[in-house]
Design a protein around this ligand. Structure first.
Ligand code: GLV
Length: 321
């Protein structure tokens, strides 16, 4: 079986494919390959090893008549036409679990960075604007300990954020969608609420839902207006969960106090009004970006390809929603 690798991945993981007798084609490019090249390479592919910046749509699936599996090196798979793959008998796999802790760390990092204004403070010190210490000095932030955190989507990553927030930071956790595991030590103090109630009560709202037609623009103008004026939105899930233009209006209009964003509606483009906002802390889709996590993601995707090549059910088969 031939495995087409769209973008640069860990070489030692490709060696695992070669050792199993598979023919590795690529990596086609360092970043997303030109579409024509991807379509041409797909012709002989039994497997595609893709990143989340590769669009696997009907055109690509049709260009790959021998395709058996698309192994995405990501937990999210909104870049893949899963229904189209299923209709053509092509399996889709993802890399859940291995990136949970790293992504939860970044969500907490953004929450803290916005609450305590860390990037603004860093810029002030570097610019020689060290403010005199005073009870009402510049760069006063908001409390994290004791605040209410609303988690939208209590899945693997949402639960890891809840654990940090409740046990590490003494936050009160509200959640909409999903459920804690009975083994979650913090679960007794967490409250299941509806989305509207979560928006109305949370000091921090952190998004951990997948991108589907139902969750696109889940946080729209109405949702932003329903949040507290002192609230902060954190998004480490997928950009299109938030109406970015409405968010820019919410920040400039003071409907909410701040936002910590790792994902954007049209990556790598970012709304100019967000770039200009001092109340937004922006990172370039780094949720899983630690060396160990990225290696484990790659290894997990390769495990999935090897399973399909061996005629087994891959460990991380994605169900068609
Ligand atoms: C990253 O965004 C992922 O889905 O793994």
């Amino acid at each position: 079986m031939s495995v087409v690798v769209t973008q640069r991945v860990h070489e030692a993981q490709l060696d695992r494919l070669r050792s199993a007798g598979l023919d590795v084609v690529g990596p086609l490019a360092d970043g997303p390959p030109p579409r024509a090249e991807l379509l041409a390479a797909a012709r002989g592919a039994g497997a595609l090893l893709t990143l989340l910046t590769d669009r696997v749509d009907a055109e690509l699936l049709d260009a790959a008549p021998s395709l058996r599996v698309v192994a995405n090196v990501a937990v999210g798979y909104d870049n893949i036409d899963v229904a189209g793959a299923a209709a053509r008998g092509v399996l889709v796999t993802n890399t859940p679990g291995v990136l949970t802790e790293a992504t939860a760390d970044l969500a907490m990092g953004l929450l803290l960075a916005v609450a305590r204004r860390i990037p603004e403070a860093d810029a002030a010190v570097r610019d020689g604007r060290f403010p005199p210490w005073g009870l009402f000095q510049e760069l006063i932030g908001s409390d994290v300990a004791g605040a209410r955190l609303g988690i939208v989507g209590l899945g693997r990553i949402g639960r890891a954020v809840a654990r940090r927030a409740a046990l590490g930071f003494g936050m009160h956790v509200l959640y909409a969608g999903g459920a804690p595991d009975p083994s979650d030590a913090w679960a007794g103090g967490a409250e299941a609420v509806g989305f509207e109630e979560l928006l109305a009560r949370a000091d921090f709202v952190s998004l951990h839902a997948p991108l589907t037609p139902a969750t696109r623009h889940l946080v729209d103008e109405a949702a932003l207006r329903a949040m507290q004026p002192g609230a902060v939105l954190v998004n480490t899930a997928r950009g299109p969960l938030v109406d970015e233009a409405a968010l820019a209006r919410a920040l400039s209009g003071g409907w909410i106090a701040g936002a910590g964003l790792d994902v954007f509606e049209r990556e790598p483009e970012v709304e100019a009004a967000l770039l200009a906002s001092r109340r937004a802390v922006l990172t370039p889709h780094l949720g899983s970006a630690t060396a160990r996590t990225r290696l484990r993601m790659c290894a997990t995707a390769v495990d999935n390809v090897l399973a399909v090549a061996a005629g087994s059910v891959p460990p991380n088969l994605v169900a068609h929603r």
